[in-house]
Design a protein around this ligand. Sequence first.
Ligand code: G3P
Length: 251
Amino acid sequence: MDMMAVEGRREEGMGIEIGTGTGMGMGEKIETPVIVLNVKAYAESMGEKGFELAEICEEVADEKGISIAICPQQVELALIASMVNIPCFAQHVDAIEPGSHTGSVTLETIKEAGATGSLVNHSEHRLKIAEIDFIVKKAASLNLLTIVCTNNIAVSKAVAELKPYAIAVEPPELIGTGKAVSKVDPGIVEDTVKEVRRVDEGSVVLCGAGVTNGEDVRAAIELGADGVLLASGVVKAKDPRAALLDLVSGV
Ligand code: G3P
């Protein structure tokens, strides 16, 4: 998409009342398999580049009929949620009630922004278990979905007791390496699926770290995962649309 078109969509987004969103309804479950793109704070996902990534996700999701969700940079969450018709997640929320907390993000704020939910406890933004518990419970009461990130099987099992919407297991040492967890460490995916389902049969289980292509996605699904959580494979790709199309081919 050229910059004029991106600008046009941005203006369009700005004309939409923030919080109404054009995306899926709050608390609605997402069809699986799902590809969740976390754009992190990469330079490649700032401002207009972030709008373009969101547009690409929406277009590929529509074209291929595959669930794709995006976690925009936090400052663009409201705008992107109002621009695209795919689930938008915050990258992080704080375990607080609205009030005197400078620089914090509340669940109420992301709901107002039109988000479907939030990532919680990402490896790059860890929380205490009591905070995860607070966020998961409060999100459910607000009809927001939580995708709680975990680093291993034991933590996944513990988090499953809290009954989040989804658990995304991501071995930190593989993040950003391009070496997919589903290929390099299939056991962690398979056993996380098994153990989480033992605790909470209905839980969505994702895996992430190093996922870059359709083969990695296929391997994840064959191991029992309901989808993948990824970042650099698309955000830092020379051609993010081609990278996403490749990923989708594995579903
Ligand atoms: O949130 C996704 C993530 O931590 C994995 O990152 O770059 O290895 O896909 P990446």
